[in-house]
Design a binder for this molecule. Sequence first.
Ligand code: TYC
Length: 129
Amino acid sequence: MPHFEDDQQGDSKVLTKTKTRTKLARPRLYKVLLHNDDFTPREFVVVVLQHVFHMTESDASRLMLYVHKNGVGVVGLYPFSVAETKVAEVGSLAQQAEVPLLCTIEPDTGDGKDGGDDGDSGDDGDDVN
Ligand code: TYC
């Protein structure tokens, strides 16, 4: 007579289900902010914006004047590594030229504001970038 051992050893299995996410997380973007100061020549700012951010001279002049007037402005929105590189490039050019031009990064909240923290009015929400 066959003998069946009523054991479950080795027979219990753990089933794991893997859920596949069909939506890709939107890559987080960061604002690159340009800050005004009283010493950096306007023309230097315009040239930096053209070289680092590939702006036309007229867009660069417009943004430079916006920052000059409002204290801070958004140059553009980029993935973190790109934003970081651009900020470093501006910093390096400023250092070589011995001017205090400042460019910083902040996470984009998608609220359409320019996110300035040094006294800008920041309420027209339609920056050149
Ligand atoms: N305020 C500077 C000047 O009058 C020009 C300037 C503009 C400097 C924008 C920095 O991000 C800046 N020479």
